[in-house]
Design a protein around this ligand. Structure first.
Ligand code: 5GP
Length: 210
């Protein structure tokens, strides 16, 4: 794991399913160093191609509840009938190394993280699809979920979108290159916040006798 002298932060990415969040997260990761994606724990069954420890840590409900009781999660939520949680230990270790930790979590988790950590440590971005129709088209063409699951995801989409105004930034994903560039700009600017580069500044200020 790399280490930075700058102060890290949590980058929350939320979006309704099918808004292109994973593609945008990948776009960002290819263009920014020092980024680490938090791997959540879930009770959802793996989709074809999803491997343990990559997309998620897959556990049964009893294990999830036990970990939850032990305080292992920084936040947890039930989404589409499955439980999801963010590892507190993973996030704290990565922040301690000055990394930017991306969290792919829903609005409920975003709320908890904002409540559990200081505002200074959290930057939140909502990925907005250009229209509702775009979303249903993308979900169908993805071919990962059954028609019933897609119908449930579409009805949940409006609920997720209704929380757009709780986020620091909203990126409209009507064009991957443009939306991706906007996400990169957000992260670049957030990294340059005075409070996050103080240890680098200290060295410079010393040369001025300050
Ligand atoms: P999926 O099952 O399609 O991978 O994810 C479904 C939803 O669960 C997405 O909106 C995703 O952001 C959310 N999600 C994934 N991991 C977590 C987590 O650790 N916490 C919370 N609150 N939501 C999560």
């Amino acid at each position: 794991m790399t280490t930075s002298s700058d102060k890290g932060f949590l980058l929350i990415l939320s979006a309704p399913s099918g808004a292109g969040k994973s593609t945008l997260a990948r776009f960002l990761k290819e263009r920014q160093s020092g980024l680490l994606t938090s791997v959540s724990t879930t009770t959802r069954a793996p989709r074809p191609g999803e491997r343990e420890g990559e997309a998620y840590f897959f556990v049964d409900l009893d294990t999830f509840r036990r970990q939850q009781e032990e305080g292992a999660f920084l936040e947890s939520a039930e989404v589409f009938g499955n439980c999801y949680g963010t590892s507190r230990a993973f996030v704290e270790a990565a922040l301690g190394r000055g990394l930017v930790v991306t969290l792919d979590i829903d609005w409920q988790g975003a709320r908890q993280v904002r409540g559990n950590l200081g505002a200074e440590d959290v930057v939140s971005v909502f990925i907005m699809p250009p229209t509702c129709d775009h979303l249903s088209d993308r979900l169908r063409s993805r071919g990962q979920d059954s028609p019933e699951v897609i119908a449930r995801r579409m009805s949940a989409a409006a609920a997720e979108v209704s929380h757009w105004d709780e986020y620091d930034y909203v990126v409209i994903n009507d064009d991957l290159e443009r939306a991706g560039a906007e996400l990169v700009a957000i992260v670049s600017a957030e990294r340059l916040k005075r409070s996050r580069i103080e240890s680098r500044l200290r060295g410079i200020l010393e040369t001025f006798g300050l």
